[in-house]
Design a protein around this ligand. Structure first.
Ligand SMILES: Nc1ncnc2c1ncn2[C@@H]1O[C@H](COP(=O)(O)OP(=O)(O)OP(=O)(O)O)[C@@H](O)[C@H]1O
Ligand SMILES: [Mg+2]
Length: 234
């Protein structure tokens, strides 16, 4: 298989166990999954079924106890920590339920931050961050700090920050969990638009029934296993 025909994300028999004291929880009990470049998929399933654990593994934020996680054909477990860091910084974006914005920075500065980490110069940083905030409909809010923004606006800043470096994939953990249903719908429309216009792959862990219903690829976890996948590639 040539690298270009490899799926963007792939897991092979992934197992993740958590030990606390004498007890052990198997969060993922053998997960095989393929996500193609440009897909938008949801990961659903009850609380504790392993959704966040799976996203952390796919995002190189955590390591499997058994099995392999591949990103663009590269085995994440075989990379050096430095390479994993670069991959997270350049090829991946993350969106979390609680936004995780830096409170003392403006919307623009929050979105610039990933570019700063990657050594992009100030003028280009500003330009690209402003462009991405414009794309999420916040051109008029560049100077606002997070505490001066609504929940939906904060989540849009977080989405702009996750996308500003044009990652191949964005991993979103309950991105609409703190939003009312109307705002959640608007955030979802935005993700679908960005998926179409930028070709970014989105994998979204969620309990949100409306979000699940309108996403074509639905992967359902229960007790650390995939129990349904509406769009599994053959
Ligand atoms: N750091 C940890 N230490 C110990 N156990 C953990 C840890 N993180 C998760 N777990 C356990 O692993 C299992 C899977 O957790 P995970 O957070 O992946 O579930 P989830 O599907 O994201 O749930 P939710 O919908 O509530 O966010 C759960 O049983 C959980 O208690
Ligand atoms: Mg979770």
């Amino acid at each position: 298989m040539t690298p270009s025909s490899a799926p963007l994300l792939r897991t092979e028999g992934v197992v993740r166990r958590y030990r606390s004291g004498a007890s052990e929880v198997t969060a993922l009990a053998g997960v095989d999954l393929e996500i193609a470049a440009g897909e938008i998929a949801v990961v659903a399933g009850p609380s504790g079924s392993g959704k966040s654990t799976l996203l952390h593994l796919l995002g190189a934020l955590d390591a499997a106890d058994a099995g392999r996680v591949l990103f663009e054909g590269a085995d994440l477990g075989a990379l050096a920590e430095r390479q994993r860091t670069l991959l997270r910084r350049r090829r991946l974006g993350f969106v979390f339920q609680a936004f995780h914005l830096v409170p003392v920075l403006s919307a623009l500065e929050n979105v610039e931050y990933p570019l700063l980490l990657d050594g992009v110069g100030r003028a280009e940083r500003r330009r690209r961050a402003a462009e991405m905030l414009d794309a999420v409909g916040l051109a008029a809010r560049l100077g606002h700090r997070p505490d001066r923004l609504s929940g939906g606006e904060r989540q849009r800043v977080a989405i702009a920050r996750a996308l500003v470096h044009r990652p191949a994939a964005v991993l979103a953990d309950e991105p609409t969990g703190n939003l009312d249903s109307r705002t959640a719908g608007a955030v979802l429309d935005l993700l679908a638009d960005l998926n179409r216009s930028l070709g970014t792959t989105f994998l979204i862990a969620t309990h949100d029934a409306a979000l699940i219903a309108r996403t074509p690829r639905r992967i359902v976890l229960a007790d650390g296993r995939i129990v349904a996948d509406s769009g599994r590639a053959a």
